[in-house]
Design a protein around this ligand. Structure first.
Ligand code: BGC
Length: 931
């Protein structure tokens, strides 16, 4: 049946609560199997209640647009705090029909600061002692035993209140300095984890909004909270300094109860919160938790608890002006995994194997005597002799949770203030284990999966799974590098992986929030940091290094990628000033600074050097294998790749970012800027050629990655380009079709080879199973993407690196584009090309991508004599099907058939193939080909 339906979202969510954007964004997708469907206009209605909305009376806002836009930003009168609004769209389509969306609603949070009646409260007077681990000569902080750590206890508080009449609506607005858990009558409020999450707290601290209407029956209730150190005061980042945002934990909570008779009652955090020590002896995001069940205060979070031993909370002085209602996604438990197997080691400890590397925590059902201390140690690897090894060994990276039993029949323990990166868990303290009693709870920001990929090669399917897993493990409030050692927003990693990330998951809202933090972290002089939020601990380790080529360029590259995927120009507008200031910083640095040895060179060279970015430290093509890995021993010396490539890489990124700025300025209609960047880009390219390419056409740093980057940013022309292409092929060949690309060049190598028309070489790299290669990791049993290609050596020896770094997973989008064959030709998938690479060792593939316009699909199968292909194009999009490098049998017959198909706009014959233009809908093609 031919049906049309419309799905709607407000602020990227379905019927959201807690919006404080004064101009919320509405969006919709249209689903239909009618071919060639396009929206010609839309009407948007917004009212205070459903009836008025449906009757189209007393509308608060009405918009009527002749446009294909599937988004609209609210431009009506001021919306009110706490209020719920109802809205819908009515879409007119090019076939004359009108499709109505269902009614949606959204509820506002606090739009004015004076909505807050609650006080910030502290549970303790004393400040947390600042601890700054000492660093060794290599910049690492040595591991510290749990027993000798000076950890601080965690406090909890309660307040009882009376619900007098029947409740119409009840909300809690809450946040903390630290991480908090809200408990209402002994039950956790909401399903979020680690709220208020990690943002750049100096400028934005999220508060969460909870619906507790159902819970508030007439009678006595208790609202309580536990506040732990979290990102605010815990031992976070690489060096593990604590108190990086502040040294006092505090809570802010406001519960608003609207009774059925319209009266309002507000229960606030204030000095009447009664405080006690919690059973959490300590709780730290990296170190882990220690929970002493014997110290539980029974009934603490229930009415009737005797408060005589408790003390009053103190009112705090914390600010309200950085508060903003939670947006972006929420951290949740997104999956539960049972152990795949377990075994006992020689010490009588049990090692649980959850079968895959994840970020999360273990929930356990425990039967043991009172006072039994059970330790859960987490690691991503296991030695060959099945010996438990901690792969992360720096200070405060213990990843160990401890539970002390109270001696009940069965006790359940699930950490709530920490998460770890692991696959294996060593359980110490139990005499026997039943694997059924343990569950790994996978923690992640609950971002919707948007892509599916599978093909006839199971190794590539595993690779995609690994990429997804590493993405999931590292999209936790902010995009992190790894879930165990650093949990830090390394900007380079994001830049490298963003395109793949956007294929796999609907990243727009998540990255939009993080980009706001990036803007907050930009320095006056335009520098964008290497990590966002940029923690003091890192500033200490990196001593004055703030930005780095290819890392800080995230400021330009990420908004550009988001614009490509989601087609919303707003992301470019919001970030334009930041990008512009960043590139200005590069320009000024290049122009004004030169290394000592270049200060007295010829006038000609001095002129060119103004466009060469050659000062400061840069990570360069980080982890380039031939430079940083000792192939014999597998020992990784990370800094070597920086030293070897940092002379040339910055200027390549200078070119890349200026070129993007030219494109972005053009899209935004900033003509002067466009001309400025076009000119600047030209000059930097000339300077690069002058400085780094010799008469023979050789590039100064003779590495795969440098050729890849030079070709990708299109700095070479004519013979020099041909020469570079030849040299790249030669280097790949010499390296036995293995990768020798670092962080910054690996995202581009496959595309560069594809553009060179050397798919044969690209596929040789892809299918290679020797180290370094993507399938080497798969062959070695990886279930995630590793930080270094050689994290596990061919002889199975393990290194102490991260096993869960998404950066090298950036091949993911190439697989979608080339094997599944789904390519975006115009931003937001308004124009798509389906052109899979047939005949490169893959017999069938299938890809699906939920775009902002709706589902995009391509499925194909090729035998020696036939290609079967099925594609789906969403409403409002157009597509091309490009069948190439095949010899079609009965071509004219096929063309005749296609020309008569509804929804096929044009069929064009090309050499060894066919080019078919189609509108929206699902199509299938059967093509007979010559063997
Ligand atoms: C992180 C990376 C990061 C790098 C900077 C590492 O410690 O884990 O992923 O980009 O440092 O070079």
């Amino acid at each position: 049946m031919e049906k049309i339906s419309v799905n709607i979202k407000c602020e990227y969510r379905n019927n959201p609560m807690g919006i404080d954007n004064k101009n919320p964004m509405f969006s919709w997708t249209i689903q239909s199997d009618i071919r060639g469907l396009e929206q010609t206009s839309f009407e948007l209605f917004l009212a205070e209640n459903k009836e008025e909305l449906l009757n189209r009376e007393n509308l608060i806002w009405y918009l009527n647009c002749k446009s294909k836009e599937v988004r609209a930003v609210y431009q009506g009168d001021k919306l009110c705090s706490r209020k719920t609004y109802y809205w819908k769209v009515s879409i007119t389509l090019n076939n004359g029909t009108v499709a109505e969306s269902p009614v949606g609603y959204f509820e506002m949070a606090f739009l004015e600061k004076d909505c807050w009646k609650a006080k910030w409260i502290n549970f303790l007077q004393e400040k947390i002692k600042k601890q700054v681990p000492e660093l060794d000569e290599e910049g690492n902080a040595r591991p510290v035993e749990l027993e000798i750590m000076e950890m601080e206890p965690v406090y909890q508080a309660r307040k009882s209140f009376h619900v007098k009449k029947s409740v119409n609506k009840a909300r809690i607005y809450a946040t903390a300095h630290g991480v908090y858990r809200l408990i209402l009558d002994n039950v956790k409020v909401g399903d979020y984890e680690l709220s208020p999450e990690h943002t750049q707290y100096e400028n934005q601290l999220l508060y969460q909004v909870y619906d507790v209407t159902k819970e508030l029956t007439v009678g006595e209730h208790v609202i309580g909270a536990i506040v732990a150190h979290g990102w605010y005061a815990g031992r976070i980042g690489f060096a593990g300094d604590n108190c990086q945002y502040g040294d006092k934990l505090s809570l802010l909570m406001q519960m608003e109860i609207e009774y059925a008779d319209g009266t309002i009652e507000v229960v606030c955090s204030d000095e009447n919160f009664m405080v006690a020590k919690s059973p959490y002896i300590y709780a730290d995001l990296f170190v882990g938790e220690k929970y002493d069940a014997r110290q539980e205060l029974e009934g603490f979070f229930l009415p009737g608890y005797d408060e005589s031993e408790l003390y009053h909370a103190l009112s705090g002085e914390e600010a309200f002006d950085k508060l903003c209602a939670h947006y972006g996604s929420y951290i949740k438990v997104v999956e539960k995994i049972k152990p795949r197997c377990y075994f006992e080691d020689e010490n009588g400890d049990f090692i649980l194997d959850f079968g895959q590397t994840i970020a999360g925590k273990v929930k356990a059902q425990i039967k043991a005597e009172r006072n039994t201390e059970i330790r859960f140690e987490h690691s991503e690897i296991i030695g060959e002799d099945r010996k438990f090894i901690q792969n992360i060994r720096d200070a405060y990276k213990n990843q160990t949770d401890i539970y002390i039993c109270k001696g009940n029949e069965v006790e359940t323990y699930e950490p709530i203030f920490t998460y770890h990166g692991f696959r294996y868990v060593k359980v110490h303290g139990l005499k026997k284990v039943n694997p059924e009693d343990f569950t790994a709870c996978v923690i992640a920001s609950d971002i919707k999966k948007s892509g599916e990929f599978s093909c006839s090669d199971s190794r590539l399917n595993q690779l995609q799974k690994n990429i997804f897993r590493s993405q999931q493990s590292n999209m936790i409030s902010i995009p992190t590098d790894c879930p165990q050692r650093e949990k830090a927003g390394w900007t380079g990693d994001v830049q490298i992986f963003a395109a793949t990330a956007c294929y796999n998951m609907d990243m727009e809202d998540f990255f939009r929030r993080w980009l706001k933090d990036v803007r907050f972290e930009q320095l006056e002089d335009g520098q964008v940091p290497i990590i966002v939020p940029f923690l003091d601990g890192y500033k200490r380790v990196f001593e004055g290094i703030y930005s780095s080529a290819g890392w800080s360029d995230v400021a330009v590259i990420l908004p550009w990628i988001l614009y490509q995927y989601y087609g919303d120009i707003q992301i470019l507008k919001d970030n334009f000033e930041m990008m512009h200031r960043w590139v200005q910083y590069i320009r000024e640095t290049a122009e004004n600074e030169n290394p000592e040895e270049l200060k007295n060179c010829t006038n000609e060279r001095t002129e060119y050097l103004k466009y060469i970015w050659n000062t400061n430290f840069h990570f360069g093509d980080w982890l380039t294998p031939s430079v940083s890995i000792n192939t014999e021993t597998g020992v990784v010396d990370m800094m070597q790749s920086a030293y070897r490539t940092m002379e040339i890489v910055p200027t390549l990124f200078y070119i890349y970012s200026t070129d993007l700025m030219k494109k972005i300025s053009e899209i935004l209609g900033y003509h002067n800027q466009k001309a400025y960047y076009e000119n600047l880009c030209k000059k930097v390219k000339q300077a690069f050629n002058y400085e780094f390419v010799d008469e023979k056409g050789d590039i100064k740093s003779d590495l795969q990655g440098i050729y890849v980057l030079s070709l990708y940013v299109d700095v070479l022309t004519g013979d020099r380009k041909v020469k570079a292409e030849e040299r790249l092929l030669e280097l790949i060949h010499k390296n036995e079709d293995k990768l020798d690309t670092g962080f910054l060049s690996v995202p581009f190598i496959m595309d560069v080879l594809t553009n060179m028309n050397r798919l044969d070489v690209a596929y040789r790299l892809l299918f290679n199973e020797s180290c370094p290669s993507w399938l080497y990791e798969v062959k070695m049993g990886a279930t995630s993407i590793w930080e270094s290609w050689q994290a596990i050596l061919p002889n199975k020896e393990c290194s102490f690196l991260s096993m869960n770094h998404y950066a090298f997973g950036c091949i993911g989008d190439w697989l979608y584009r080339n094997i599944a064959g789904i390519k975006m030709l115009e931003p937001g998938y308004s124009k798509i090309r389906f052109s899979p690479n047939f005949d490169h060792g893959i017999a069938y593939a299938s890809g699906a991508y939920e775009s902002v316009l709706g589902m995009v699909k391509c499925e194909w199968k090729k035998t020696k004599t036939e290609i079967h292909m099925e594609v789906t194009v969403p409403v409002n999009a157009k597509a091309e099907v490009l069948l190439q490098e095949i010899n079609i049998v009965e071509r004219s017959n096929l063309i005749h058939l296609l020309n008569n198909e509804k929804g096929v706009n044009r069929v064009t014959e090309i050499d060894h193939g066919l080019f078919i233009e189609i509108g929206s809908g699902s199509f299938s093609f059967d093509v007979k080909v010559e063997n």
